[in-house]
Design a protein around this ligand. Structure first.
Ligand code: UTP
Length: 299
């Protein structure tokens, strides 16, 4: 079945990047000069998604504001005759149909997805986590998962191989039969296992295609670790009833959820921009001097 809708859960507290996220949503932190969530929406649109549902909370109003019309800004840019920036505003404000729904308290990713139940309705949908980015200019990651769903049905999670000792940072896939070299049936999903207990080095990252059966599964899911309703537990409950695939996507994945990942991702995105890269490269070339001074200070 064709996928038209996608959900972006963006109601988490972002505690790992405090104090930046005390009043600013993590999903609004800029990578180079663009908010993280804008890149994620661009990926969804490039994948063919027509309607995006963003799950927000009381402290996340800036997300809704970012995609709303801004008459004062428009008037100022018109006065200046800045047509390039006017076009940019126009693009942001008319990118795609957006709906917003609230998660009253951050009770976990599974609970956030449940908040979108009525807006999604009875059809399969994509999920893109608000702090996870995947770069593939030819075939966006979500599109790759949508293709798997449209060919084989069922749910699809994006997976990537990680060094064995890092698997405890991710959801981990126990593999069943492979359908193609990159697409495998999932036998089981284990949330953040110890490396010695991990059945594979395949980690789940923040892109999914889910069938509407997930809502029923999540409604029956008891709170797991940290008192949160885990999406992984909901997907596991579906394993008995339908096929769930792990697809090893093509592309480079970046995270923005902790300070070092956020900084390195921002740098990587600046280096992809022809207008910003030369200045950033010039800075980096001289950085070894500054770096040794910064390290000296730590001693
Ligand atoms: P994370 O666990 O990475 O985000 O969830 P967090 O909870 O904001 O981060 P920390 O651990 O406190 O630093 C992944 C995505 O799911 C959303 C987050 O906003 C993030 O984009 N999320 C998470 C929700 O929407 N609701 C939740 O209850 C939890």
């Amino acid at each position: 079945m064709k996928i038209r809708k996608a959900v972006i859960p963006a109601a988490g507290l972002g505690t790992r990047v405090l104090p930046a996220t005390k009043a600013i949503p993590k999903e609004m932190l800029p990578l180079a000069d663009k908010p993280t969530i804008q890149y994620i929406i661009e990926e969804a649109v490039a994948s063919g998604i027509e309607h995006i549902i963003i799950v927000t909370s009381r402290t996340k109003r800036a997300i809704e504001d970012h995609f709303d019309e801004t008459p004062e800004l428009r008037a100022a840019l018109e006065r200046k005759g800045d047509h390039k920036k006017l076009e940019m505003l126009e693009r942001i404000e008319s990118m795609v149909q957006l709906s917003f729904t609230r998660q009253p308290t951050p009770r976990g990713l599974g609970h956030a997805i449940l908040m979108a139940k009525d807006l999604v309705g009875d059809e399969p949908f994509g999920v893109l986590l608000g702090d996870d980015l995947v770069v593939n200019d030819e075939r966006p990651c979500l599109r790759q998962l949508m293709d798997v769903h449209e060919t084989y049905g069922g749910c699809v999670v994006a997976a990537m191989r990680v060094p064995h000792e890092q698997i405890s940072l991710y959801g981990n896939v126990a593999l069943g039969k492979s359908i193609t070299p990159r697409t495998h049936r999932i036998r089981d999903l284990i949330e953040k296992p110890k490396p010695e207990a991990a059945p594979s080095d395949l980690a789940v990252i923040g892109r999914y295609v889910l069938t509407p059966d997930i809502f029923d599964a999540l409604e029956r899911t008891e709170p797991g670790s940290g008192g949160e309703i885990q999406l992984t537990d909901g997907i596991c409950a579906l394993l008995e009833r339908q096929q769930v695939f792990a697809h090893e996507f093509e592309g480079t994945r970046y995270d923005t959820g902790d300070p070092v990942s956020y900084l390195t991702t921002s740098l990587a995105f600046a280096l992809r921009r022809p207008d910003l890269a030369p200045g950033v490269i010039a800075f980096l070339k001289n950085l070894h001097l500054d770096e040794s001074r910064a390290l000296d200070k730590l001693d």
